[in-house]
Write a protein that binds this ligand. Structure first.
Ligand SMILES: [Cu+2]
Length: 473
């Protein structure tokens, strides 16, 4: 008879290390990596990232300025405001006031532009709190109130996972190896766990550009979920006085209302470093100005001008509302050959109480006369409507980006019903030419102006292009 042994049998030894993760688990991060690598990255919008600089061009007191509000990484903190002035630079005191629209708390700074000295000029204002602000830029005769949203970056949970993961992995792996990770059970388990944590942290690090960004401190609340854009704005141009005289200064006003509600539009987003790009041309194209109106208040922009000759002038403004696409708003005004009967402006917010005029030296003609420079090279020599045409403009001197681009080309048809705007291909550092490619929509003669900045001077090169039709002239 067999006697059953009651002696407990030794169970087979458990593995020394943690059970290796099943293969699918190891493959999961790699699979996720592959899927997300092929996933389209979130589309970039015209918003200023937290901590990034905000650049806004302004035509104020006859000067062309680019105002940069440097980003801050925390609040309260000083925010540097930089004013880049392009030639011709007038002698101009500029008062800057940064005000929180939530608390009303404000700080001031001032700079004085020196005649003939191109920028940059720097000042520093204090920001106490993230969120919406207004930067008031005041000169003796004009003021502009620019919307500035102060955004402070916040740490994303992904960053915490990445940094914490690598830190933990380092401690586990190095600690495990130093305490005998190849021969002893506990340390070996630590090495394995550390490696796994490291793989996870690495996976998150690789994927992090495609993971949702944390909402920065001070960001606007997300409006209209699933919105579908806002209605187009309706723009109306007017002048003060209503009939400006040739040679005299006047104010061109742009009033913007929501196409649906009729309320003033106050959600313009900066695009190409301005809230609005305004092109004013005479009907014959001999007068050309590319301007960046000041913002007087919600839905109201203004710029001071002087036109040398009487006649009809065309206005084209490029604008963009938050959450909507770009839009072109057009209008006209007349310049008379004599002074207006009143001879003065009624100063509805555009000028100071004195209404002083004629002291800023706003030039009447184009910024740059058609100097004797090499004619643009147009390829093909006989451009065809609907086909790309390349225009090469020779430049001299040190090229500087302006409005975020190496060069701008503005094209108008003779009648003024069409206006196009393209940018030069990125130019190498020592480039002496800019190339623009444009497809003219229909046969005809077009007026074109190429613009770039060289040695702090905005150069304008006017020329015309005659466009034929396919198989014809
Ligand atoms: Cu512009």
């Amino acid at each position: 008879m067999r006697i059953l042994s009651l002696k407990p049998q030794r169970l087979p030894r458990r593995p020394l290390l943690l059970p290796p993760p099943p293969r699918p688990l190891l493959l999961l991060p790699l699979l996720l990596l592959l899927v997300l690598a092929l996933w389209p990255a979130p589309a970039g919008a015209h918003v200023v990232a937290p901590g990034a600089d905000l650049r806004l061009a302004q035509t104020i007191a006859g000067a062309e300025l680019t105002i940069t509000v440097r980003g801050v990484s925390r609040t309260p903190a000083p925010a540097v405001v930089e004013i880049e002035a392009f030639h011709p630079v007038p002698d101009l005191p500029v008062e800057l006031t940064m005000r929180s629209t939530e608390t009303g708390r404000a700080t001031r700074a001032s700079v004085r532009l020196a005649a003939g000295r191109a920028g940059p000029y720097r000042a520093s204002v204090q920001v106490f709190k993230a969120g919406p602000h207004e930067l008031e830029v005041r000169t003796p005769a004009e003021r502009s109130v620019l919307p500035v949203r102060v955004l402070v970056p916040v740490t994303s949970p992904w960053e915490l996972v990445i940094h914490g993961g690598f830190y933990a992995a380092g401690i586990l792996v190095v600690g495990g190896l130093l305490t005998g990770g190849t021969s002893r059970r506990g340390p070996a388990a630590a090495v394995r766990a550390g490696a796994l944590v490291g793989v996870v942290a690495l996976t998150v690090a690789v994927l992090s550009p495609r993971l949702p960004e944390p909402v920065p401190d001070g960001a606007a609340p997300v409006a209209e979920p699933g919105g579908g854009g806002r209605p187009y704005l309706v723009g109306r141009f007017s002048t003060q006085p209503a009939r400006p005289a040739a040679g005299a200064e006047f104010t061109l006003l742009v009033d913007l209302v929501d196409g649906s509600t009729g309320r003033p539009v106050d959600d313009l987003v900066p695009h190409h470093e301005a809230l609005a790009h305004l092109v004013v041309t005479s009907a014959d194209g001999t007068y050309f100005r590319h301007l960046h109106p000041v913002r007087l208040g919600p839905g109201r922009l203004a710029v001071r001008l002087r036109a040398g000759r009487p006649g009809r002038y065309l206005t084209h403004a490029e604008l963009e509302r938050t959450g909507s696409g770009g839009q072109l708003v057009t209008g006209t005004f007349e310049v008379t050959s004599t002074l207006d009967a009143t001879g003065t402006l009624d100063a509805t917010g555009t000028l100071d109480a004195t209404g002083t005029l004629g002291v800023t030296g706003i030039p009447a003609g184009p910024a740059t006369p058609p100097a004797s420079r090499a004619a643009p090279v147009i390829v093909p020599a006989r451009p065809v409507a609907g086909r790309p045409t390349t225009m090469r403009i020779g430049t001299a001197g040190r090229l500087q980006p302006w409005l975020g681009m190496p060069g701008h080309l503005i094209v108008r048809d003779r009648a003024g019903g069409f206006l196009g705007h393209v940018h030069a291909a990125p130019a190498p550092a020592r480039a002496t030419a800019l190339a623009f490619t444009f497809s003219f929509p229909a046969p005809g003669t077009y007026l074109a102006w190429a613009q770039y900045v060289r040695d702090s001077t905005i150069e304008t090169v006017p020329f015309t292009v005659t466009v034929g039709s396919e198989g014809g002239t």
